[in-house]
Structures are given as structure tokens and as C-alpha cells.
Design a protein around this ligand. Structure first.
Ligand code: AHR
Length: 506
């Protein structure tokens, strides 16, 4: 089947915020300890305990931001436990994730050093659930206040003279659940209160993000929008919060105890996964529509600060550690999400995949028994799509229907495309979700000339294929020959279950 599309190169849409390519690192399983942080005494090359091969791999993606310390962990984290000499820091129990002891060796200074090494902006989630307004307010002062003040003095005593820049600030996490089991009304008032005392010091301007809805809980979003006060009341927005979050995980199973295996799945389960992933379009559109009613100027941002696949843990691993392998299926879940993010660039200002290393849909898996590090198929999608960061989105229109297939009660469209332009280059991302059938697409390029094109493809023989320390390049991008440019027509061949990027000089 040949699909026909039209792409107007000269009609730019909103900018795709680079922060939709953001990441998330929680004190959970081996994400921080053994993932990002191995301790200064480790024989794995590190700087101040931070694993340098992980840093290099993420720098290569142009990682724009990193959310920390949770997740559920954020609402039981007390930042003062994580400063000062490491051997004097108190130990706590990580009640959410495996009941293991947390020695607090990775704290504020270590996280900020990690962000500096990565060249990424920090996104800190403060504790609303079990913390206090004062505790959160002090943390902002500790991090960002210059000059003489109690918290600035404490920071200096701990070895850091200059304040850091911290823009992204989360007011709790999942307040409807692990973040305090609050009602929307109660949390919205709490968010206004906590937000009020998170101050801007000097040039540091916080962008405060309220803990938003789970999946299709549109009422939660509406309550938070109402709490921002009457339209045009910029003062309340600036003191309370500037954005709302949203969480949505792709879970093919029917219950939490049977989410399905990350690697052992059949074609039916694959399509269920893709149909669940595709729901992100209607969810973002739905929450954006609610926000539009209260904020048609789109000044309040939507932040999808947890997304990705969630399968059963790998056999033999701690169920509380959420360690799962990552196959070509995960890569296609990611590529599909990014197309949706690009289409909703007018409202979606940030997104953070859960989670960067060793947890859920990870970019990087580190071997607990060796120094090996594996880049997952999902990593390669981030890499291939890097050119969309801060690019101008371009609309893609189709003639006729796109191929689709029924999946349960839903209909899964099996071809997904998005495009952008930046710095004289066009980037088109194309996913063919069909497990067995190839697709061909002809794109009529209008309003400009594309001089040359080159393409990369991420695919593999089986959807279940994945990378391991023994076979680290089983699923990696390769040059794609199935692309041609003639006059103003771009033709792309999409093999079954493949992700292709076409880059062209304008
Ligand atoms: O990412 C794992 C967990 O999922 C997070 O801690 C929580 O916010 C969500 O429920």
C-alpha cells in the first residue's frame, strides 16, 4: 500500500520544546546507585562517584533535563538528609521501592554535579506529601540564593559557594496517590500554598510544576486550572504554579500483577501495547482541551513528566526495582509518543521518560556484575530524533485513510509521521507499527526545495530483539537505502516494524 502525504515546508507550526526529550531518575532500584552513581571508590571510571560512561551516552543524546529524586520517592525524601559529609548522612528506608536502605550518599550536591556533567537542566521534585512548606522553601534557598542567608551559608559550608540555577521545580508527585492520597481540591490549595513560598532569588526564576493528573483524570486538570484564579491573573500563576503535570504509562497487561513480559510477548500482545501507547494522543489532546477553556493563550504548560512502558520485572530481579529489558517494541512505543509530542507542541512543554537507567523503559542498562553498559533500542530513537529538539514543527497531511487494524475495541493506525525544520535542515520521523506488512509513503514537499536526503532505520528481524552485554548492537540504527528524492517528491519504504528518520538539506 502506498500512502500519500503533503508537507508544507514553509508553514511552520509551534516550536518543539527540547524539554519533551527530558529524562527521569528516581531513587528506585539501580537507577541512581549502580546506574548513575557508583561512588568515588569504584573501579568503574567516575567523577565524584558519577559513572562517566553513562554521562557520555546521555550527553550524546543532548539530554535537556533530568527529573529527580522521584517519583513516589520524592514525597518521602528530606533533602537535609542528603547534604554534608556522606558518612554522616542518616539512613532511611525506601518504603516504595523494595524496602531497601537508602544511605543518602547521592543527594543535592551529587545531583547538581551530575546535571553539570550532563549539560542538562535540573528538574527537582519537592516533597509535599510528607514534607513541610518550610522544608521546601529552604531547599530553594539552599540551591539558588546568592549572598548571605542561613541556607546560602549552609550550602557554602558544604563546599559550594555559588548558587546553582534551578528552573524546573515540582510541587510534589502523584498527589492523588503515593504523594499523599489527596483530593484534587485539597491538593490544588496545597500547591498554591507551597508554590507561594518557593521564591525566586536573584536571576533564578522558578518554573513551578503542580502534580497533575493520572491518565484520563480530566477533572483533576480542571480543578488545578480553576485554582489558578480568574483568567489573566498572572500574579497567581507566578506565585502558585506555571504548569501541570500528567502521567501515563503504556501497560499491556490487565492487572498490576500481570503486566506482561518485556521480551516474551506474542503479536497480539504487541498490538495491545501499541494501542495502549497510541492513547497518548487522545490524553494529551483531552487535557489540553480542558486547559484551553481556562487558558486559551496557552500560558500554562503541560508536562508529561512520567511516560513509557511498564512490564513485569525480569525474572529473578527484585520486584520493587522495576528492572525490565527493552526491545524493538519499546522503540516503537517511543517513536509513536514523539510524533504525538511534536503535534501538540503548542501546549506540551516537557516530557520525561521513566526512567533513564535500569528502571522501566530505560535508555541505558548497566550490568550489576560487570562494567558493561548497554544502549537500548529506546536510546536509539532519542538519538535519531535529536534534530527535533527546539525545531519548528511541520504539519503532515495525508490523502485518504492511513492503514489501520482493530485491536480489541480500538483501532490502531499503523503508520505515524511527524516532521520539523531547524538550521536549514528538514527532519521527518516515520514509524510503521505493522508487525508483518511493509508500507510505502510518498510525501509531496511543498513551499521549498530539499536538496539531498539521507535516512536511518531502526528495525530488526523480530519485535522481541534487544541488546545485551553479549550482543550490544542487535538493534541499532543503520543507513536506510529505501528512500529517494525526485523533484519535490520524497519516497520512503518502511519495512514492517520499523522506525525511519529522513534528514534533508533545505
Ligand atoms: O516511575 C515509577 C513510579 O511510577 C513513580 O515513582 C511514580 O510517580 C509512578 O507511579
Amino acid at each position: 500500500m502506498t500512502i500519500e502525504a503533503i508537507l508544507n515546508l514553509d508553514i511552520g507550526g509551534p516550536r518543539i520544546n527540547r524539554h519533551v526529550y527530558g529524562h527521569f531518575a528516581e531513587h528506585l532500584g539501580r537507577c541512581i546507585y549502580g546506574g548513575f552513581y557508583v561512588g568515588a571508590d569504584s573501579d568503574i571510571p567516575n567523577e565524584g562517584g558519577i559513572r562517566l560512561d553513562v554521562v557520555d551516552a546521555l550527553r550524546a543524546l543532548g539530554i535537556p533535563n533530568l527529573r529527580w529524586p522521584g517519583g513516589c520517592f520524592a514525597d518521602e525524601y528530606h533533602w537535609r538528609d542528603g547534604i554534608g559529609p556522606q558518612d554522616q548522612r542518616p539512613v532511611m528506608v525506601n518504603t516504595h521501592w523494595g524496602g531497601v536502605e537508602e544511605n543518602n550518599h547521592f543527594g543535592t550536591h551529587e545531583f547538581m554535579a551530575l546535571c553539570e556533567l550532563l549539560g542538562a537542566e535540573p528538574y527537582i521534585s519537592g516533597n509535599v506529601g510528607s514534607g513541610t512548606v518550610r522544608e521546601m522553601s529552604d531547599w530553594v534557598e539552599y540551591l539558588t540564593r546568592d549572598g548571605d542567608s542561613p541556607m546560602a551559608r549552609l550550602r557554602k559550608a558544604n563546599g559550594r559557594d555559588q548558587p546553582w540555577n534551578v528552573r524546573f521545580w515540582g510541587l510534589g508527585n502523584e498527589a492523588w496517590g503515593c504523594g499523599g492520597n489527596m483530593t484534587a481540591q485539597h491538593y490544588a490549595q496545597e500547591a498554591r500554598r507551597y508554590g507561594t513560598y518557593c521564591r525566586d532569588y536573584g536571576d533564578n526564576k522558578l518554573y513551578k510544576i503542580a502534580a497533575g493528573a493520572n491518565a484520563e483524570d480530566y477533572a483533576w486538570t480542571e480543578t488545578l486550572m480553576k485554582q489558578l484564579g480568574h483568567l489573566g491573573c498572572q500574579h497567581i500563576r507566578n506565585t502558585a504554579y506555571h504548569a501541570l503535570s500528567l502521567h501515563y504509562y503504556t501497560i499491556p497487561g490487565t492487572t498490576w500483577t500481570n503486566k506482561g513480559s518485556a521480551t516474551l510477548f506474542d503479536t497480539g500482545e504487541y498490538y495491545t501495547t501499541m494501542a495502549e501507547a497510541a492513547r497518548i494522543e487522545q490524553l494529551i489532546a483531552g487535557h489540553a482541551a480542558v486547559m484551553d477553556c481556562y487558558d486559551p493563550a496557552k500560558s500554562v504548560g503541560l508536562v508529561l513528566d512520567e511516560w513509557g512502558t511498564w512490564f513485569d520485572v525480569e525474572p529473578g530481579t527484585n520486584p520493587g526495582f522495576l528492572y525490565q529489558q527493552n526491545t524493538l517494541r519499546d522503540a516503537l512505543v517511543a517513536s509513536l509518543h514523539f510524533d504525538v509530542f511534536h503535534r501538540h507542541a503548542d501546549r506540551l512543554v516537557m516530557a520525561n521518560i521513566a526512567q533513564t537507567v535500569n528502571v522501566l523503559q530505560a535508555m541505558i542498562l548497566t550490568d550489576p556484575d560487570s562494567k558493561a553498559l548497554v544502549l537500548t533500542p529506546t536510546y536509539h530513537v532519542f538519538q535519531m530524533n535529536q534534530g527535533h529538539q527546539d525545531a519548528t514543527s511541520l504539519r503532515v497531511d495525508f490523502r485518504g485513510e492511513l492503514p489501520s487494524r482493530p485491536v480489541g475495541d480500538a483501532t490502531l493506525t499503523t503508520v505515524s509521521v511527524s516532521a520539523s525544520r531547524k538550521d536549514g535542515r528538514l527532519l521527518v520521523s516515520l514509524s510503521n507499527l505493522d508487525a508483518t506488512d511493509a508500507a510505502d509513503i510518498t510525501i509531496d514537499l511543498r513551499g521549498g526545495a530539499v536538496r539531498t536526503v539521507e535516512a536511518l532505520i531502526l528495525t530488526s528481524q523480530a519485535l522481541q530483539d534487544h541488546n545485551t552485554p553479549q550482543s550490544p548492537t542487535a538493534v541499532v540504527p543503520r543507513a536506510h537505502e529505501g528512500v529517494s528524492l525526485s523533484g519535490g517528491t520524497l519516497r520512503v519504504h518502511l519495512p514492517a516494524h520499523s522506525f525511519v528518520t529522513v534528514s534533508g538539506a533545505l
